[in-house]
Design a protein around this ligand. Structure first.
Ligand code: AMP
Length: 435
């Protein structure tokens, strides 16, 4: 029988087994980002809607169809954040980060919301990690951001399953010129375009190049190429990005049709695609957004960023057969029978936990046999068992749950014996400050 209440369409619970994967990815992201000088930022789950309409572009899919909109009691229009960059740039400007030494390097790990048609790997609430480098135009930064993304894929064990797609969409000026060329190319051919592309032609002609409809793709292959209008500075920037990637040993495939959906991009754009399942299954993507800070009211400030979808990464990690370490595993199960045993067991549980040993204690009045059965179901590594005789003799039975063997030990030695087996993992107070 299905439960009375179900989660809303397109959103999902992250259950304990999936949290092992989440924690694993977050740990790698934090480690790699910190190592490269990035600091973490968390922006609110919702913003004033213009933060997104202004930055992503009025005619993008996200703004036109995919935002979760709300209105405050005073009538202010708000939106749940569909992506991370706009909020980070808003925060950069709001908190005067332009006055800090540049570039400012920030990373985030956050839920995002898009009202799209749910399917495998596409949800209405999903998690992304991302990073942004704001305040530096040098192409070496592009290569470093791409390298960091690649390195995280490698740490996760899936770099060789993904192919890095790379393109440049040039400076804002050359892009403007290119848009005009595209509009004149398509004018008169509208009848061959799908309904979406007909609408997009005057609002966002670049989008016609990555439409998936067959007729649109045929026309796109005949459309003028961006090369014809790209200025020399953009060409040089792109050439250097490729040279640096070669130096760093990051393989890439040049893909002249990759444009990324949002208005704020310029110059370098990139995505990681699954080798096996085609273009829809990107795990992450990013690019330069040199015009965005100014568009949002700041001084002209070059910037670049990347974001990856955690749920999609988890799918690929699982497919590759990778299991992250199970930090949740019960290491010791304490079984006891009778009030005197229970009284002795309680401080023992705490003493073991203080040593960083995952310990579970039965508190019910079940027989010892039933309690050991429970330890087995929980996949506990060891059981410490105390019945009436053991209480009287100040001993415990130490049972190896994997081997099925057991021995009697002194109650006073129990903590030391467990520390011998699992190590002393008492929390280092300094480490408490680490996220
Ligand atoms: P985007 O900036 O839209 O390319 O998003 C970056 C990454 O976030 C994508 O490559 C996906 O891995 C992930 N992503 C985007 N939208 C969704 C979604 N609706 N559900 C799950 N993951 C998503």
């Amino acid at each position: 029988m299905s439960a009375k209440f179900q989660s809303p369409k397109g959103v999902h619970d992250v259950l304990p087994d999936d949290h092992l994967f989440f924690s694993y990815i977050k740990k790698i992201v934090r480690h790699r980002c910190r190592q490269s000088g990035f600091r973490r930022i968390t922006t609110p789950l919702f913003e004033n809607v213009d933060v997104f309409t202004r930055s992503l572009g009025e005619s993008t899919d996200i703004v036109e169809k995919e935002m979760f909109l709300m209105e405050s009691k005073s009538g202010k229009k708000l939106a749940l954040k569909p992506e991370g960059t706009a909020g980070v740039v808003r925060a950069y400007l709001q908190h005067g980060m332009a006055q800090l030494p540049q570039p400012v390097e920030l990373y985030y790990i956050e839920p995002h919301f898009r009202y799209n048609r749910p399917q495998k790997g596409r949800y209405r609430q999903f998690h992304q990690f991302g990073f942004e480098v704001i305040g530096e135009a040098d192409p070496a930064i592009d290569a470093q951001v791409i390298f960091l993304a690649h390195q995280i894929n490698a740490d996760l064990g899936i770099a060789d399953k993904l192919s890095l797609q790379l393109n440049t969409i040039g400076s804002l000026e050359s892009r403007q010129k290119y848009k005009e060329d595209l509009v004149s190319f398509y004018t008169g051919k509208e009848r061959s375009l799908c309904e979406d592309c007909k609408k997009r032609l005057h609002k966002n002609p670049l989008r016609l190049l990555d439409c998936k409809e067959e007729d649109c793709q045929i026309l796109a292959s005949m459309a003028p190429k961006f090369d014809s209008v790209m200025d020399d500075a953009s060409k040089e920037h792109y050439a250097l990005v490729k040279e640096y990637l070669d130096e760093l040993g990051v393989p890439y495939t040049e893909n002249p049709t990759l444009v990324r959906g949002l208005d704020y991009y310029s110059h370098t754009v990139f995505e990681f695609w699954s080798q096996s399942e085609g273009a829809q299954n990107a795990t992450g993507g990013g690019g330069r957004y040199d015009g965005l800070v100014e568009e949002m009211g700041g001084q002209p400030t070059p910037a670049i960023g990347y974001a990856a979808g955690i749920e999609r990464l988890i799918d690929y990690i699982k497919e590759a057969g990778i299991r992250p370490p199970n930090k949740d595993r019960v290491q010791v199960f304490v079984a006891q029978l009778g009030l005197p045993a229970k009284k002795k067991a309680l401080p023992l549980l705490n003493a073991l936990r203080e040593k960083g040993i995952n310990t579970v204690g039965a508190v019910g009045k079940d027989s010892l046999k039933a309690q050991v059965g429970l330890a087995d179901k929980m996949n506990a590594r060891y059981a410490l068992i105390m019945g009436q005789i053991e209480v009287k003799e100040n001993t415990m039975i130490l049972r190896d749950m994997e081997r099925g063997s057991q021995e009697t030990i002194s109650f006073d030695d129990a903590v030391d014996r467990m520390v011998e087996l699992f190590g002393d993992n008492t929390i280092d107070e300094n480490k408490l400050w680490e996220e």
